[in-house]
Design a binder for this molecule. Structure first.
Ligand code: NAD
Length: 477
């Protein structure tokens, strides 16, 4: 099967640079091929999107969102097929795939409520003088997305972007190009005019063609930090409005009064859900004081999860090797590998849940984004030390605390330097109308990618100052 581009409502085969053939992380079966879009293909998508924008941007918002109501129903009807496709190309379990799509549906719901959120403001600023605002779409906009949520992360972007009246070009990860094509076809079935949603497949060069194209006015990006920063800089240099979300190193702080049963279940599901390949995954457990009883419970919980059943696959052989390298080096440096997930012998790419105790603050396991089902334990004496470690790390996506004390939780919530805080929740994803977005090296650009800020990102406002005197009114009558 070919992962084609999708331009003006149709699959398009174009481009001259084939990328490596894709195999499923689940079992190694062949999935198909992708040919990267070059600048000519990107331009074709921009021309289509620009043409579509001329009418779509002028459709009243109440009418535009009707497409999203239908799209939501279609995604719900097809969630089984979509989830199967996500699993085939990404490797996560089908339950995880369906959960990601369900989260995407929530964003469609929020975008469909845009008529309730889109109204401007008006104020009489002096006698007979009114100031008011209207929102306008930006035009042709783009989204560049990572491998780990083939449906959900694109759905963070395009429902709101198109509800706001823009035409959208998606550049999905070249590792998961098929699911977005299914979404494109559901949008068409829902009645979205051709050209409002387009896909260009490809890798770095395609991204650069998107960023350099003068016909694209804004772009959102989600992926690793180094790329997020480079993409942000290149887009801004090309005068685009940019918002780019990067990687993460999330700390879960556990204090001795935490409930061991609830904490263990929650920590483990954060660390090994989606095989640890999510930007909200628990990566370092900071145990404050004597938490041995909780760590024992975490170990037992991890042991109960079967690799290949409850724990899905790793995206590629290269990623598996990278994750295993972290475990090997931690063991060589004298850390205690309580559970060792290396060496899984089966078709596909798997690393079993891994628990490493006794890492130091300087250890690479305490600092790098491992992006696999590996939880490293760092032991400290005080909550202050734990917070200092969390705040010293350059990322700022999520930080969580496990405690039964409201005062401790609130103290942590106020002090931790991260955009998303969890209290007894290891994946503290804010749900609409609250926006998703980290701090520091986890995000470049203002505002969040979902929630209310998304409306601001995908639109521009016009401020009107109008003076109508009694005389003018007489003239009109
Ligand atoms: P990635 O940065 O390798 O790729 C992301 C996108 O950028 C892909 O579409 C890819 O084709 C493109 N790309 C890759 N290298 C590029 C380059 N040099 N120049 C321009 N474009 C380039 O990320 P990934 O491996 O697909 O995804 C995993 C990463 O994404 C992790 O770091 C994870 O934390 C992060 N992520 C962050 C969030 C968040 O909300 N902050 C959400 C999901 C994933």
């Amino acid at each position: 099967m070919k992962a084609t581009h999708y331009i003006h409502g149709a699959r398009v085969e174009a481009g001259s640079r084939p990328l490596s053939p894709l195999t499923s992380p689940v079992d190694g079966t062949a999935l198909g091929t992708v040919t990267a879009a070059d600048s000519a293909v990107v331009d074709q998508a921009v021309q289509s999107a620009r043409k579509a924008f001329q009418s779509w941007g002028a459709v009243p918002v109440k009418e535009r969102v009707q497409v999203l109501y239908k799209f939501k129903t279609l995604v719900e009807k097809n969630i089984g097929e979509l989830a199967k496709q996500v699993t085939a190309e990404n490797g996560k379990t089908t339950a995880e795939s369906a959960a990601g799509i369900a989260r995407g549906i929530e964003i469609v719901e929020y975008a469909a409520s845009l008529p309730q959120l889109f109204a401007g403001e008006i104020l009489e600023v002096s006698t007979g003088v009114d100031c008011y605002t209207r929102r306008f779409p930006l035009g042709v906009v783009a989204g560049i997305t990572p491998f780990n949520f083939p449906a959900m992360v694109p759905m963070w972007m395009f429902p709101m972007a198109i509800a706001c009246g823009n035409s959208f070009i998606l550049k999905p990860s070249e590792q998961v190009p098929f699911t977005p094509l299914m979404l494109a076809e559901l949008l068409k079935e829902a009645g979205l005019p051709d050209g409002v949603f387009n896909i260009v497949q490809g890798d770095r060069e395609t991204v650069e063609a998107v960023l350099d194209h003068p016909g694209i006015t804004a772009a959102a990006f989600v992926g690793s930090t180094a790329v997020a920063k480079a993409v942000y800089d290149r887009g801004v240099a090309a005068n685009k409005r940019m918002l780019t979300l990067g990687g993460a190193k999330n700390h879960l702080v556990v204090v001795p009064d935490a409930d061991p049963v609830i904490t263990a279940k929650n920590v483990v599901s954060s660390a090994v859900g989606c095989a640890g390949q999510r930007c909200m995954a628990a990566s370092v457990l900071i145990a404050v004081g004597d938490c041995d009883h909780i760590i024992d419970a975490i170990e037992q919980e991890m042991r109960s999860l079967a690799c290949g059943k409850e724990v899905g696959a790793i995206i590629s052989a290269k990623a598996k090797e990278r994750i295993e390298g972290y475990i090997t080096r931690a063991a060589e440096r004298g850390a205690k590998v309580i559970l060792d997930g290396r060496g899984q012998q089966r078709a596909g790419h798997y690393v079993a849940p891994t628990l490493i105790d006794g890492i130091t603050r300087e250890d690479e396991c305490a600092n790098d984004e491992i992006f696999g089902p590996v939880l490293s334990i760092l032991r400290v004496k005080t909550l202050e030390e734990a917070i200092a470690i969390e705040n010293a790390n350059p990322y700022g996506n999520a930080a969580c605390i496990y405690t039964t004390s409201g005062a401790t939780a609130r103290y942590f919530e106020m002090k931790a330097e991260a955009g998303m805080i969890g209290v007894n929740i290891g994946v503290p994803v804010p749900r609409d109308p609250f926006g998703f977005g980290g701090w520091n090296a986890s995000k470049f650009g203002p505002g969040d990618i979902t929630g209310k800020d998304a409306i601001g990102f995908w639109t521009k406002t016009k401020k009107v100052t109008a003076k109508w005197t009694a005389k003018s009114a007489n003239w009109m009558s």
